[in-house]
Design a protein around this ligand. Structure first.
Ligand SMILES: Nc1nc2c(ncn2[C@@H]2O[C@H](COP(=O)(O)OP(=O)(O)O)[C@@H](O)[C@H]2O)c(=O)[nH]1
Ligand SMILES: [Mg+2]
Length: 357
């Protein structure tokens, strides 16, 4: 899974990237030079894996991970021609960082801080970037169709025109109901407004009490879009503290947890992701999959050999395993089920794949 952090310049993108991935990229106030994208892997904390892992203290604990990319700011009004578009297209999820903090030294390109306006504008710019792609494709198809009939291209034209009409009235592709054929036809374009989107509001310190109230900045309930607040400045300071002090300061500021944890939860929900666990010879491991993944597909994620030789999946819910106290006891009590290839993996399943050579 890959997330790309993007937004207008100086909104706190790299600050959030550091918080999320534990990177220590220097935050510069006035550096104007375009920086190369930062790329890191972020391991996803999971209490369930921690609990399972306690039953197997000799085995290594391996969290699931996501890839995160942080790009330089996109100039106001110029998103559709940005050099970073191709990078944004590779994302499974987009993280749009929005400035809500005041700083007289950092002049906002629009002259004032107004997160609602910036969100609306960015949503429009993403729509525009998809429209540019569609228009150029339609031109090409029309040109082709004049020379030669092609039912395939006729169909594609029909779908693209349908989407274009929606985009023209401000509706993102993720909000349009598309059937399977339509989805298949447009997959190759990697349209930006088809991707799940999280608006991440970087609050001013004085507004930290709004951290649980993203709806005060973004009230619309669009399909595939979520909004979340964080406070880059304060959370960065707290993240630099150790153990107990961290907890103390989080509470001092009235924060329940770091926003990155909330972010991970929300992004899993938004992208329809779940986790299952495996207990290997040397390690206890969490795997992230799309909801709806079958046991057979899950086996393939671990290793093609396991998929090829798939016999059965031994499955137990993680909390049942904890209750049983050990795999052996769980098996003796009949708590471990045998499932076939078509079994749909559930969030929190602990799975052992039986396979032959
Ligand atoms: N006051 C305040 N300043 C912030 C906050 N987050 C980032 N900044 C400042 O904004 C500037 C740009 O931060 P950075 O994370 O590099 O933003 P980017 O350009 O979007 O990657 C730096 O000077 C930060 O100190 C915040 O929550 N509050
Ligand atoms: Mg940056």
């Amino acid at each position: 899974m890959k997330f790309v952090i993007f937004g207008y310049p100086k909104t706190g993108k790299t600050t959030f990237f550091n918080l999320l991935t534990g990177a220590t990229i220097e935050i510069k106030k006035f550096e104007e030079k375009e920086e190369a994208p930062h790329i890191r892997t972020c391991s996803v904390p999971d209490n369930r894996l921690d609990e399972i892992s306690k039953l197997f203290p000799e085995k290594k604990r391996i969290y699931s991970s996501i890839d995160v990319v942080d790009i330089a700011g996109l100039s106001w009004g110029k998103v559709k021609s940005s050099a970073y578009l191709s990078l944004l297209r590779t994302a499974d999820g987009l993280i749009h960082v929005v400035r809500a903090f005041e700083d007289p030294e950092l002049v906002h390109p629009q002259g004032s801080v107004n997160p609602e306006r910036d969100i609306k504008n960015m949503e429009e710019e993403l729509i525009l970037s998809d429209l540019v792609v569609i228009e150029s494709r339609l031109e090409k198809i029309e040109h082709d169709l004049k020379r030669k009939k092609s039912p395939d291209e006729e169909k594609e034209k029909e779908i693209l025109e349908k989407i274009k009409d929606k985009l023209n009235v401000g509706i993102a592709i993720r909000e349009i109901d598309l059937n399977e054929e339509e989805q298949r036809k447009i997959r190759g374009f990697s349209f930006l407004t088809q991707k799940p989107l999280i608006h991440l509001i970087n609050l001013d310190e004085k507004d930290i009490h709004l951290i649980e109230s993203p709806e005060s900045f973004y009230s619309s309930q669009k399909k595939g879009v979520k909004c979340l607040c964080f406070c880059g400045k304060i959370e960065k300071e707290i993240s630099e503290l150790e153990g107990e002090e961290r907890e103390l300061f989080l509470r001092e500021y009235g924060l329940k947890e770091f926003s990155v944890n909330k972010f991970l939860k929300i992004s899993y929900e938004l992208l329809n992701l779940i986790s299952f666990f495996t207990i290997g010879k040397n390690e206890v491991k969490a795997w992230t999959i799309k909801k709806g993944t079958s046991a057979y597909e899950g086996a393939g994620i671990i290793h093609t050999d396991i998929q090829k030789g798939f016999i059965k999946a031994e499955v137990i819910e993680w909390n049942n395993l904890i209750d049983a106290g050990s795999l052996k006891d769980a098996k003796e009590k009949g708590m471990v089920r045998l499932e076939g290839k078509d079994y749909e993996i559930k969030d929190g399943d602990v799975i052992y794949f039986r396979f032959g050579k």
